[in-house]
Every structure is written in structure tokens, then in C-alpha cells.
Design a binder for this molecule. Structure first.
Ligand SMILES: CC(C)(COP(=O)(O)OP(=O)(O)OC[C@H]1O[C@@H](n2cnc3c(N)ncnc32)[C@H](O)[C@@H]1OP(=O)(O)O)[C@@H](O)C(=O)NCCC(=O)NCCS
Length: 143
């Protein structure tokens, strides 16, 4: 159940790319020019936004081959709305569109329990060829 006053959006119609960039920046996640987020979300397999009126309060997206592999990205909840089940709502909304698929993601360090509650397990051989390995190292994502 969503708190009253929030609406769910499962398409990029009316998405506000600037607010998206600002939300990712606010929670300390990777963020880019709004146009790049637009391209990423428009090319994604599934998207979910939660809004309070026109204000973006939570978001997430999945990429996929549409058959058996998928990955989750850009899952974020505005700090004022965290701890009220919105992250779980976004995660479950995306997973419901990925039935029958393996789903991977990389969690921000410390956030692993949030995903473990929905059935995710740590990977022993996960690897990334990152655009910014130094930043990822500094933030504890990679060795
Ligand atoms: C991580 C995040 C998406 C969780 O969203 P949220 O709305 O605050 O979480 P929810 O209220 O839906 O929590 C669902 C469950 O996960 C747990 N949980 C949420 N965040 C957690 C965290 N950082 N560490 C451990 N457990 C966490 C909650 O306690 C809750 O468990 P419960 O049902 O047993 O009480 C949100 O805090 C966020 O945007 N954080 C900053 C950005 C970020 O790190 N995103 C993830 C990138 S991988």
C-alpha cells in the first residue's frame, strides 16, 4: 500500500528528467545530465516513478533482454520519504514485470539488507568494467 497522495507511474510519459537527476544527486547516487537519464529510462525495459503531485519522490528502472536476464538500476527514494515502504514498492513493481528472469543489481554499500529481504543474494563473481573505477573504489563498491 502506498501512503495517500502518492501516484504510481510505469511509463516515461511526463517524466521530469531534471528532478530525476536532482533526486539521484541528493541520495548520493551516480547522476548525469538530464538528457542522459532520459535516454536511459526511455531505453529501459521497465520504469517506475512515484510522485506526490508533480514532485518525484521515488524511482527505479530495469533493463532486460525480455527473456531471462534483467538488471535493476537507479532505485532511489527521496530522504523525506524513506523508511515508509516506498523503496520496497518500487522494487516489487519492477520485479513483477520481470517474472521468470534472473535479476542482478549492485547495491550501494550498506543497502544489501534492503535487497536481501526481497530474495537477492550476494554474488561471488560479480564484476564491473566501470567508467569511474576510482570513484567506485572510494565508495566501497569494488576492490
Ligand atoms: C535504499 C532505499 C531505496 C530504500 O528505500 P526505503 O523506502 O527507505 O525502504 P523501505 O521503507 O521500503 O524498506 C523496506 C525494508 O528494507 C529495509 N531497509 C531499507 N533501507 C535499508 C538499508 N539502507 N539498510 C538496511 N535495511 C534497509 C527496511 O528496514 C525495511 O525492512 P522491514 O520491512 O523489515 O522493516 C532508500 O533508502 C534510498 O533511496 N537510499 C539512498 C539511495 C540508495 O542507496 N539506493 C539504492 C541503490 S542500490
Amino acid at each position: 500500500m502506498l501512503p495517500p497522495g502518492l501516484t504510481v507511474h510505469s511509463s516515461v510519459t511526463d517524466a521530469d528528467w531534471r528532478q530525476m537527476r536532482d533526486l539521484l544527486a541528493l541520495v548520493g547516487m551516480g547522476h548525469y545530465a538530464p538528457e542522459l537519464h532520459q535516454r536511459a529510462f526511455e531505453n529501459s525495459f521497465a520504469v517506475v516513478f512515484l510522485r506526490e503531485a508533480t514532485r518525484l519522490v521515488a524511482m527505479g528502472r530495469a533493463i532486460s533482454d525480455g527473456a531471462y536476464q534483467a538488471g535493476l538500476y537507479d532505485i532511489a527514494v527521496h530522504p523525506h520519504f524513506q523508511g515508509r515502504g516506498l523503496g520496497r514498492f518500487v522494487l516489487r513493481s519492477l520485479l513483477s514485470q520481470l517474472e521468470g528472469m534472473n535479476v542482478i543489481l549492485y547495491a550501494s554499500p550498506g543497502v544489501e539488507p534492503f535487497y536481501e529481504k526481497e530474495g537477492f543474494r550476494g554474488m561471488r563473481t560479480g564484476m564491473i568494467r566501470s567508467l569511474s573505477p576510482e570513484k567506485m573504489y572510494a565508495r566501497g563498491f569494488i576492490d
